[in-house]
Design a protein around this ligand. Structure first.
Ligand code: ZN
Length: 224
């Protein structure tokens, strides 16, 4: 049964369902990584993996946007695995079992992994939509974000070509977090919600961290 049947946009929820079905706690992201790589291969989307296990998916610009600065969509592959006391859930083997309850998407008894599964789902849905008109598009999926941002810290200078980065790992309702990476480094970051509603509702789950993106020193600042 498709627990997300009827939710829109369908591609986003389809991808999120696939992410939920593949265990991917921190340090155990490889199954999800392989899934994304295989999916990209079937869609003709470029995919590269660095030594840290970060993925970079690339799609050429639409013909009318080939002269525009590239855009990077960023999310992370791993999730925080937390279960209620007494649970036998094994995050390295057992899939997340989401439910829709009164307008909220939840995973009873466990974290849902919307942080950052919904970011991955949004990015893949954007990549597969051939009706979108866009500049050169990159999707950066980092590894080991929740345990010290190991993937982001390992990014090689020059790996990213785009000049605008949209961080899809945010709790802002109805918006995206757009900052220069150097500002992110100073300000710290909050984790995205572990649950999200079909109407775009997000429940805050505060965390802390020190994002670092040494591979993107020349990002174009966006207005607040
Ligand atoms: Zn996150």
């Amino acid at each position: 049964m498709d627990v997300f049947a009827g939710l829109s946009p369908e591609p986003v929820w389809r991808h999120f369902a696939q992410v939920c079905a593949i265990p991917h706690p921190s340090h155990h992201e490889d199954a999800l990584r392989q899934h994304v790589k295989a999916w990209a291969g079937t869609r003709g989307i470029g995919v590269a993996e660095d030594k840290a296990g970060n993925l970079l998916l690339t799609k050429p610009a639409s013909p009318s946007r080939s002269d525009r600065p590239g855009v990077i969509l960023q999310a992370h592959l791993d999730m925080v695995g937390e279960a209620v006391a007494g649970s036998s859930h094994d995050f390295t083997r057992d899939p997340i079992r989401p439910q829709v309850d009164q307008g909220w998407v939840l995973a009873p008894g466990t974290t849902l992994g919307a942080d950052n599964g919904i970011g991955i789902a949004l990015a893949l849905a954007a990549l597969e939509d051939d009706t979108l008109v866009h500049p050169p598009l990159e999707v950066l999926l980092t590894t080991d974000e929740e345990c010290g941002m190991g993937g982001a810290r390992a990014l090689a200078p020059g790996w990213l070509r785009g000049r605008v980065l949209l961080n899809l790992d945010t709790e802002a309702v109805g918006g995206v977090l757009c900052r220069l990476c150097r500002r992110l480094r100073r300000r710290g970051q909050r984790r995205a919600s572990h649950r999200t509603g079909p109407g775009g509702k997000l429940a805050a789950e505060r965390g802390s961290g020190r994002p670092a993106s040494p591979a993107c020193p020349s990002l174009t600042p966006l207005s607040e």
